[in-house]
Design a protein around this ligand. Structure first.
Ligand code: TYD
Length: 408
């Protein structure tokens, strides 16, 4: 019995895949903390009414976004470029001037807002994780260390006025009180303002079997259908969408006050694509679980056979996604020697749940293994390009999305 009701329309929810007992995706830990490690039940559920895909349980956001948050957006050069390109486009298309006002919800280390700051455009970053926010503040990006709630929405309106742009990347899917959020957006947005957000897209997750997009932080994986339905409740309108390659396949949603812009055809095109794909259909969604379970079998037996052949296998990038994979696959931690990562705060800690050691990337560079599991598969092109030497040394990549395979 699922007690949780849909976080948007309050209808009953149905289980798509139960990913079992999981630790927090980003909770890399020290040995002394193994005993008191926090676990929760990761169950992916579906609302047959508004079609919103969500987690049954989400840990308290304060457990996830705090002074030691382990994700720094600026670790990827591709992402820096991605945000710069979009900031430039917004400035041009929306004719943003110095006295315009841009808000970013979940501004992390300022990767996006730096583009507005450099052009002296008024901006405000909202970021509850103090350590990443402080990096932005150091770069002189206006940032408030806070969750975006109604109290803050009122304060922003009183201090800065209404926003031309409210932007958010990979954050809206983190916020459980989605209705309250859309209400606040409606309140903070100028008449001709735009709320633009981009998040991992469930259409891609379904097609690629990338179930690792489900972890504590991602309480929702949106679709065009579900976003359209939420907007409707608040006098907002989904006016355009744009497919993105980031984070393994994302969707950018453009939202405005109802009636303030013409609707682009792409919205109805994607509504039809989603119908055909079956992601609004509970029966078709159950196939997703079957695919994942096949990959689970193949992944564990591949690692076991490599171990039996005396091969060295490591993980590449200690992503939050890897936490879901290793814990749902219940992979024997002895099959993976370590996970290489570039984020200082993760180094020499252990992976959540499975307790595989995280070693600094410099170790990987000096001691190429036989095989590396590409946990940051969403940065595949960038990584494979920069790791030519690994391949030249005989190293091979192991992929598990969409199917388990060794890259030729
Ligand atoms: P990402 O896929 O963005 O992570 P998440 O699943 O947590 O959202 O990858 C970020 C993590 O991957 C971060 O810990 C740094 C690491 N990383 C590397 O170690 N090397 C790389 O080349 C890249 C792109 C990421």
């Amino acid at each position: 019995m699922i007690k949780q009701k849909c976080r948007s329309c309050k209808s009953k929810l149905k289980e798509i895949i139960n990913l079992g007992k999981q630790p927090l995706g980003n909770a890399f830990l020290k040995k002394k903390d193994f005993e008191k490690e926090y676990f929760y039940k990761l169950n992916v559920v579906f609302c047959n009414n508004c079609k919103l895909i969500q987690l049954e349980n989400q840990p308290d956001p304060k457990k996830m976004f705090h002074k030691n948050y382990a994700f720094f957006s600026s670790t990827s050069n591709n992402m820096k470029l991605h945000f710069k390109k979009f900031a430039d486009l917004l400035i041009k298309k929306q004719n943003l001037k110095k006295d315009s006002f841009v808000i970013e919800i979940g501004s992390n280390d300022g990767i996006m807002l730096s583009n507005f700051k450099n052009k002296k455009i008024n901006h405000l970053g909202i970021e509850p994780s103090a350590n990443v926010a402080k990096v932005a503040i150091k770069k002189k990006i206006n940032t408030t260390i806070n969750f975006y709630d109604s109290k803050l929405a009122i304060k922003i309106k009183n201090t800065h006025g209404l926003a031309d742009i409210i932007y958010s990347a990979n954050v809206i899917c983190h916020i459980p009180k989605v209705d309250q959020l859309f209400k606040n957006i409606k309140y903070n947005l100028k008449k001709k303002g735009l709320f633009v957000f981009e998040d991992p897209y469930f259409g891609d997750v379904f097609k690629k079997n990338s179930f690792d997009q489900f972890y504590d932080e991602h309480v929702f994986l949106f679709t065009v259908t579900s976003v359209k339905n939420i907007c409707k409740k608040f006098g907002l309108e989904l006016i355009n969408v744009s497919k993105q390659n980031t984070h393994g396949g994302s969707m950018r949603y453009f939202i405005a006050h109802k009636g303030s812009y013409d609707l682009k055809k792409k919205v109805s095109t994607y509504l039809n694509v989603e119908k055909k794909l079956g992601i609004n259909n509970f029966k078709k969604l159950k196939q997703f679980k079957k695919n994942i379970d096949q990959n689970k079998q193949k992944f564990n037996s591949l690692l076991m056979s490599l171990k039996n052949k005396g091969k060295h296998v490591v993980g590449y990038a200690a992503t939050s996604k890897s936490t879901t994979v290793l814990n749902y696959f219940n992979t024997d931690p002895n099959l993976i020697k370590y996970i290489s990562d570039t984020t200082p705060i993760k180094i020499n800690k252990f992976s959540p749940g499975k307790h595989i050691k995280i070693l600094d990337y410099s170790f990987f560079k000096k001691n190429y293994p036989d095989y590396a599991i590409l946990f940051a598969w969403n940065h595949q092109n960038e990584i494979i390009k920069k790791e030519k030497k690994f391949k030249e040394n005989g190293g091979r990549w192991i992929l598990f999305i969409p199917k388990v395979k060794i890259l030729k």
